[in-house]
Write a protein that binds this ligand. Structure first.
Ligand code: ATP
Length: 382
């Protein structure tokens, strides 16, 4: 495929409306003191804490390169700004305070989420394990943010524990959804396909190049819920191929051992979302009415047999033991090679790479995906 053709494909679903938010050409550094220590980094950006000189208020400055790998990224950056502007009414989406432009970069001055990534709550560290009641509150807040996005026909497409931040960690604060770089507008007639996220969070429809809808985010919410409750990543395998296979075969561990201290309703919630057919997944709004999220202080710590709780997902709850492969959340960083474009601040310890630093390069990832597709067409993987 020619570069121009692939570039225009990537632009499908970007908001093209003129920006409401004024982009300032003033010198950003005249107005902010920037902490050299990174808050985080991704494929496209480095994020650093900064302090407004006039007020002393803390913010997170996201530095985005206008050109990457010889390609002009301004349309994508404008789209990210437009989405943040569109969703500014939602307290669950990070607030965009100001935007600056320099010769090479665009700087988004964002609300500072001091509590960091909820990824920290998804790893097996006993001191950081949180109560199911707290998880219920966080999931409700993520859903509120998703409702706002989906009402505006925006699908996030990169929902993962690294992109759900907290206003504070202790006490556990509120959810702030970040990183709309991969989000897209779902237009009536446009079928959105071929957008790729982080391996272990990919929905089956993305692997199959099927049309993408807001239901793709709902799959990701299922993965996030699973990770928060079990501290394990449901689909991650030894390599990308195994991960793709686990996703396509819906190979999830719902064993009693893994769900020992987790309520039946929580498991039911996950099982409603981790279904292959996107049309069968409940919407964000419908999820808010799920009994698990409806309960307040009181949680039913019981199995469906022991209780009189309704079992709305009876047909989805079969758990085949032989299909179970227990997968530990390893925080694989399939996008690490991209991040190496940006000079790394040595003080940053990326949570994404906490367990596994054997990172595939993007080209390996693409090869894996191609191999996966070939094996689906031609027979099982060896
Ligand atoms: N407002 C914020 N407050 C605190 N930390 C932040 C904030 N925004 C981003 N971060 C940190 O920086 C990291 C990278 O930010 P972000 O995901 O927006 O970058 P990106 O380059 O678009 O990422 P990706 O490669 O996933 O597309 C986040 O995972 C988070 O740890």
């Amino acid at each position: 495929m020619s570069r121009r053709k692939s570039e225009s494909k990537n632009l499908v679903g970007l908001l093209s409306t003129s920006l409401q938010m004024r982009i300032k050409m003033d010198n950003f550094y005249n107005f902010y003191i920037v902490d050299p220590k990174e808050l985080g980094r991704g494929r496209c950006a480095v994020v650093r804490k900064c302090i407004a000189k006039s007020t002393g208020q803390e913010y997170a400055a996201k530095f985005l390169k206008k050109r990457r790998r010889g390609q002009d990224c301004k349309a994508e950056i404008s789209h990210e700004i437009a989405v943040l502007d569109l969703t500014k009414s939602s307290p669950r989406v990070v607030n965009l305070h100001e935007v600056y432009e320099t010769a090479n970069e665009i700087i988004l001055v964002l609300e500072y989420a001091a509590g960091g990534e909820i990824f920290n709550l998804c790893v097996p560290e006993p001191n950081e394990r949180i109560e199911e009641n707290d998880i219920i509150r966080l999931i409700r807040q993520i859903l509120e943010g998703l409702c706002c996005l989906h009402e505006n026909n925006i699908v996030h497409l990169d929902l993962k524990p690294q992109n759900i931040l907290l206003s504070s960690f202790s006490p556990l604060g509120d959810v702030k959804i970040v990183d709309f770089g991969m989000s897209r507008k779902i237009e009536n007639a446009i079928e959105l396909r071929q957008i790729i996220g982080t391996t272990e969070y990919l929905a089956p429809e993305i692997l199959n190049y099927d049309p993408i809808t807001t239901a793709t985010d709902m799959w990701n919410l299922g993965v996030i819920s699973y990770m928060l409750l079990t501290q394990e990543s449901p689909f991650v395998g030894a390599d990308n191929q195994e991960t793709f296979l686990n996703i396509s075969q819906l190979n999830v561990d719902y064993s009693e051992e893994t769900f020992a201290s987790i309520s039946y309703l929580a498991k039911d919630f996950i099982q409603k979302l981790l279904v292959k057919n996107p049309e069968e997944r409940p919407s964000a709004e419908a999820c808010l009415s799920h009994s698990w999220l409806k309960q307040g202080e009181f949680i039913l710590w019981c199995s469906p047999e022991e209780s009189s709780c309704p079992s709305p997902m009876q047909e989805h709850t079969q758990c085949s033991e032989e299909r179970n492969t227990k997968s530990v959340c390893n925080g694989t960083c399939g996008d690490r090679a991209d991040k190496e474009n940006i000079p790394e601040d040595s003080s940053t310890v990326s949570k994404r790479c906490r367990f596994d630093d054997s990172v595939p390069h993007p080209q390996d990832f693409t090869t894996d995906l191609v191999c996966y597709h070939m094996s689906v067409c031609t027979g099982p993987l060896n």
